[in-house]
Write a protein that binds this ligand. Structure first.
Ligand SMILES: Cc1ncc(COP(=O)(O)O)c(C=O)c1O
Length: 378
């Protein structure tokens, strides 16, 4: 079978390749025989805490475990916890794993972030916390989140799985809230394959999380409480530490790419970039736009298909809001509606974003979006 050569060289949607230094760091651990969580994980924790503005950082197996380890000491079964209707499933599903009731909060259309005014309307006497996701790498309105939490005595966990090294009011996001969780999944800005981390600023909470992470063990074979094995290993730690050394540079490259996108899309009707929260800098894990289907007289699927044929791959983050997921159906009674999140699920689309985008890539992207916009009336 022969396949026709593509008309244009496609722009890579993401860039996950390791560099030789990462491979050397992992190989050194393999050679040492010290494969369990040891010096590399400890060094990653120290460096990550320093770079994100947190006092404590604890590595763990993945971003889902990170949420579970943060939620368990802060929330009790039966608590109501406000959570974005517009997020990845783990932010809410790990609340359910804790026995909490997720109270879904609608999004802000312009940013895709949790709407704190809607959150305030959904507070009840049973509300104990807010679990807010820094979507696409951009911090939520942390000022409004902390103010709502202070007003009602709520605990705050920020899900920063997509937002490594982002900032709010000039500070690292690790400075805010009770705990911040991260994912090091292969495609994340700091990808180690699988991996995660929780940061916090409270000594007791840090100890609780460390105990929970490793079977509640405070001395060898002395188990103070029931816990899990959610530890990272040192091969993963070494890759993470090596990659962390260049993450600030790579994040800056993503931010510069976002500026280029802004220049290009300002001249293309129908493609509306998501806005950044006031006072925040985004880590641009993803570059997501809203399609104005009143301007582009076609479907999102057609736009994606045509862009793909022009060498511009796209993806959906996400095709459904969380309340639209069957997994949460039993929690929705008397919760009202989430019209913005559902509209985002119908209209968003992510374009290529990574630290290796070149002017050649942007020429392909600009040509693609302009061609599609003029084809469909934009
Ligand atoms: C917002 C958000 N939260 C949590 C997670 C879960 O992280 P992990 O895949 O490492 O378990 C992800 C990963 O996709 C995510 O994007």
């Amino acid at each position: 079978m022969t396949t026709a050569a593509p008309a244009v060289k496609p722009v890579p949607f993401m860039l996950t390749a390791l560099e030789q230094g990462d491979i050397d760091a992992a190989t050194a651990v393999l050679r040492s025989g010290m494969l369990r969580s040891a010096s590399q994980c400890a060094a990653l924790e120290l460096k990550f805490a320093e770079l994100s503005g947190a006092r404590h950082a604890m590595t763990c197996a993945n971003g889902t475990c990170a949420l579970q380890l943060a939620y368990e000491p802060l929330f009790e079964p039966g608590d109501e916890v406000l959570v974005p209707a517009w997020s990845y499933i783990a932010t809410a599903s790990m609340l359910v794993a804790r026995g909490c009731k997720p109270i879904f909060v609608d999004a802000i259309e312009a940013t895709g972030q949790i709407d704190l005014a809607d959150a305030a309307r959904r507070v009840t006497p049973r509300t104990r916390g807010i679990a807010a996701t820094h979507m696409y790498g951009c911090p939520v309105d942390i000022g409004a989140t902390q103010a709502l939490a202070a007003e009602h005595g709520l605990r705050v966990v920020y899900d920063a799985a997509q937002a490594h090294l982002s900032t709010y009011n000039g500070k690292g996001i690790g400075e805010f809230g009770d705990a911040v969780t991260y994912s090091f999944y292969a495609t994340k800005n700091l990808g180690t394959g699988e991996g995660g981390l929780i940061s916090c600023n409270d000594d007791k909470l840090a100890r609780d999380i460390q105990l929970l992470r490793s079977h509640g063990e405070s001395e060898k074979y002395l188990h103070e409480r029931v816990g899990y094995n959610y530890r990272m290993n040192d091969i993963t730690g070494a890759i993470g530490l090596s990659r962390l050394g260049r993450l600030a540079r790579e994040t800056k490259a993503r931010q510069e790419a976002a500026v280029r996108y802004g220049e290009i899309l300002a001249k293309v009707p129908g493609f509306v970039p998501l806005e950044i929260t006031a006072g925040a800098t985004s880590a641009y894990h993803l570059y997501t736009v809203r399609l104005d289907l009143g301007v582009l007289k076609t479907t999102r699927e057609q736009v994606m298909k045509d862009l793909g044929a022009l060498g511009v791959p796209t993806a959906l983050h996400y095709p459904r809001s969380l309340p639209q997921q069957p997994a949460f159906a039993r929690f929705l009674e008397r919760q009202g509606a989430w019209p913005v999140a559902e509209r985002l699920a119908r209209t968003v689309m992510s374009l290529p974003m990574h630290h290796g985008l070149t002017e050649e890539h942007f020429a392909t992207i600009e040509h693609g979006v302009r061609a599609v916009a003029s084809r469909y009336g934009g």
